[in-house]
Design a protein. Structure first.
Length: 572
């Protein structure tokens, strides 16, 4: 069949069924099941059918054209015939002579022929799809690659049409966005099997959500909700509609502590004094609404690998409630409640408001004799590492604070100075771009090669972590956990590491998720659980109000134990 006729037939589909599909009202269960089947067959062919994968057909347009047709099918027989035609109208695929899927001890699959057997299509089409899958002959795909310029990536790069002409696409195109996302995760997400829900059930749930989204914001919020299903702190949605959803910012920072939202840091002392806001104040209500109600409203939109990370993000967005320049808070302080009207500012303006003393910040200090605290993320220039490690020659214990995101170059140069030997650090899971649904698992080795000439530190270490320790910070903590005489102290980390990847969706949205799986040796890191904690220490509302960092205090106390023990042994 000629390609031009093929495309013409799909154009006719749109014309004959547009009025049926455009009718208002939710898709019923039967229509939802059919769109789900179309989504799965379309996705399998997108990656495994040589003609679709190579891009000789506008595969997005094929899906958009077929959606109203499958919805309008009068019965299962007509639907099955339609799906047979969906497959056979495409030029025949190039297939391997025999079974051609990866098989090895290091191969892990998140998709199999068993899933195809569950498709609601004819037996003949199931056999054709299983043959397409099992005799796959890879071709250069239009949609996926692991190449960027001269580099080979350790994750899949998605080359999709962003279809950004309109932020609120029509119903069929909104379902295309769902189909594109669902199949991407179905074949390329390393943590798909541990989401905690059936990925099939998630598809069924979101088909009516995407189809019935009544406006631009509802559509983009549907993408946010869908992305949250991964339970991945690396999931982001970047779109003008979502960015516009958040209002101005307060001049202070809020954290979730002991089940409460607490003001922990001021960006402007003068504004705080004028509006009587203090560190340690507990937010009880926002514009007359209980704070827990506001948190519950945010929860469906803010993704975290665990509740600690989700509550972190809720605290960050808690007061971005609307576009007004101020918000009314009820705060708790010293057992009493007060009402305060506080100012809010756009981000760029807020950055200019800080009236903190502009003093030179030293990101490390000797807190007691032989005990050094290092605020690692505040070391922005690798050149400063020379001074740091010269000072650490006097250290008996180093408190390495990883409760902020570190600089990558500083991290790279620091590792061989703190780690004396090469070792097996983690198991890495990478997607095989030519065989969607398959991953390689390999041992990731830390190979110690030190050319920095920094003075090594091999002494005792206490590593501080919390929900703000994420990704590179978690990888660093996981590596340091392999050192002798090192403990990890603090609270649950964000629970995600490994390179992220981005997927463009219709309407100008870009979504991110973890593209490479990582699992630390000896459970030093696990996705969603985070870094293994040796000693749990959390801040309290009282400690914040008193201006104390009890996590650092606990680390210093731990360091003193070791120092005292060594002194006792020496005196004997």
């Amino acid at each position: 069949m000629k390609l031009s006729n093929y495309c013409f037939s799909f154009a006719l589909v749109c014309v004959t069924c547009a009025s049926v599909f455009a009718a208002p009202g939710s898709l019923d269960k039967k229509a939802t099941d059919r769109v789900a089947t179309l989504t799965k067959v379309w996705g399998l062919m997108k990656y495994y059918h040589s003609e679709a994968a190579a891009g000789s057909i506008n595969w997005d347009s094929v899906f958009v054209a077929y959606v109203p047709k499958v919805v309008a099918a009068k019965d299962q027989k007509e639907f099955a015939q339609l799906m047979d035609k969906f497959y056979t109208e495409v030029p025949a695929p190039k297939l391997a002579a025999t079974f051609n899927l990866p098989k090895a001890d290091t191969i892990r699959a998140v998709f199999s022929a068993k899933e195809i057997s569950g498709y609601h299509v004819s037996l003949g089409l199931k056999r054709q799809l299983q043959e397409l899958y099992e005799r796959h002959l890879p071709v250069k795909s239009k949609f996926i690659t692991d190449k960027y310029k001269e580099y080979t990536l350790d994750y899949v790069l998605f080359q999709e049409n962003p279809m950004a002409e309109t932020a609120y696409p029509d119903k069929a195109t909104r379902l295309l966005a769902l189909a594109r996302y669902w199949n991407t995760i179905n074949f390329f997400y390393p943590h798909k099997l541990t989401i905690g829900k059936s990925w099939e059930s998630i598809l069924q749930h979101y088909i009516p959500v995407f189809a019935d989204a009544p406006n631009k914001l509802a559509y983009h919020q549907a993408i946010l909700r869908l992305n949250k299903e991964l339970k991945d702190s690396h999931t982001f949605v970047n779109s003008p509609a979502i960015n516009a959803m958040w209002g101005p910012n307060p001049y202070f920072f809020v954290k979730y502590i002991e089940g409460k939202f607490v003001i922990t840091k001021l960006q402007s002392d003068s504004l705080a004094k004028a509006e009587d806001i203090r560190v340690g104040d507990v937010i009880e209500s926002i514009n007359g609404k209980p704070v827990r109600q506001r948190a519950n409203e945010l929860h469906p939109f803010l993704a975290g690998s665990n509740e600690a990370a989700t509550n972190r993000d809720i605290a960050n967005y808690l007061l971005n409630v609307d576009s007004d320049a101020s918000v009314t808070l009820e705060i708790g302080r010293g057992g009493k409640r007060f009402t305060r009207k506080i100012s809010r500012y756009p981000y760029q303006e807020l950055m200019k408001l800080s009236d903190k003393p502009q003093e030179q910040y030293q990101p490390w200090k000797e807190v007691e004799e032989g005990i050094f605290w290092v605020d690692f993320a505040e070391i922005k220039d690798p050149v400063k590492l020379n001074d740091l490690f010269e000072d650490l020659e006097r250290a008996k214990t180093v408190i390495m604070d990883l409760r902020k995101y570190p600089d990558f170059k500083v991290y790279q140069q620091t590792l061989p100075t703190l780690l004396a030997n090469s070792f097996f650090a983690s198991t890495t899971t990478n997607a095989i771009v030519n065989y969607p649904g398959y991953f390689t698992q390999s041992k990731s080795m830390f190979e110690r090669t030190d050319t920095s000439k920094l003075v090594p530190y091999n002494g005792r270490m206490v590593v501080l972590v919390d929900e703000y320790t994420q990704s590179l910070g978690e990888s660093f903590a996981c590596m340091l956990a392999q050192r002798p005489n090192t403990i990890i102290m603090g609270s649950q980390t964000a629970g995600t590491t490994g390179n992220i990847t981005w997927l463009p969706l219709p309407g100008g949205a870009n979504v991110a998720f973890t593209g490479v799986g990582e699992r630390g040796v000896n459970h030093t890191f696990e996705q969603r659980k985070g870094v293994r904690i040796d000693k749990m220490v959390k801040p309290t509302v009282a400690s914040i109000a008193a201006g104390k960092d009890i996590v650092i205090e606990a680390a210093v106390a731990e360091a003193r134990k070791e120092t005292t023990a060594k002194a006792t042994v020496k005196n004997r």
